[in-house]
Ligand binder design. Sequence first.
Ligand code: NAD
Ligand code: MLT
Length: 313
Amino acid sequence: MRARVLVADTLDAAGVERLRAEPELEVEVRTGLGREALVEAIPAYDGLVVRSSTQVTAEVLEAGKRLRVVGRAGVGVDNIDVEAATRRGVLVVNAPEGNTLAAAEHTLAMLLAAARWIPQAHASLVRDHQWDRKRFMGVQLQGKVLGVVGLGRIGSEVARRARALGMRVLAYDPFIGPERAGELGVELRELEAIYPEADAFTLHTPLTEQTRHLLGAEAFARMKRGVILVNCARGGLVDEAALLAALESGQVRAAALDVFEEEPPRSSPLLEHPHVVATPHLGASTHEAQLHVALEIAEQVARALKGEPVAHA
Ligand code: NAD
Ligand code: MLT
């Protein structure tokens, strides 16, 4: 009998074709299934492929009696209950490399947009027909200090690009050695030591129990007044209520957010704040990245279902 794979979130067509090219696999694409529909459908499948929309909960994994592998077309596996999967003997694989450059470029775009109020100025001119050259005074990045939290794949690419803009980069990552930092022209510091130094912060860690609300009221209070915050990693890394208070007091000058604690964010006051630049989780949304992650995850899932070795998430 052929192994059945359910693709439950939008995956580039090349990834679906790659899976369908395997004679041992039968592939179905059914996106937008709600929680109940997924729990009802999952018992018929051996493999499941998702991006970030589908929540692969313990309930889904429990219902998936035939399930052998869950593939995440991207980096973060925080929408998958990995512990429950491990308990049930279900392999979780991801595609960690395909969207690195897309996320790094988006981070730089967000930093520049926040430093120069580009979305606000655009809205003022195009929507409100104002020619206002006084309201949108920006800050220069050359010569400023960027604090990078998490110097992994994306953090490293962001650091390289920030260096090319003439920024000094300080990074906090307890799992990275000074040699790697030196190669990137980055100075490693404790997080507390970066707070008073950095003119801008950018986050690039996974969301775990250790990193949830990594930046909260205490952290914002210790930062330089007028700091810019960029978050293109995970919404839960920042205490959103504390960020709002810091924006209101002017302690944080601007926040550029691609990710939110709840996605989509329901009537978040952060989205109403005039110093917030926001995008709807677009960090990985380039044609190139989606093609790469789709092919990467299709390869991993096919290998897992054929009993071949794979790299685990
Ligand atoms: P990565 O695993 O390559 O790097 C993460 C780094 O964080 C590692 O070097 C690790 O040592 C470090 N780290 C772990 N715990 C830490 C802590 N407590 N403090 C400081 N550093 C810590 O991952 P990546 O591919 O660079 O992805 C980074 C983040 O970006 C992830 O959360 C991922 O889900 C997210 N992401 C978002 C988008 C998007 O669309 N916005 C796209 C891709 C990735
Ligand atoms: C990721 O973790 O890879 C990102 O959230 C990108 C995504 O899947 O949209």
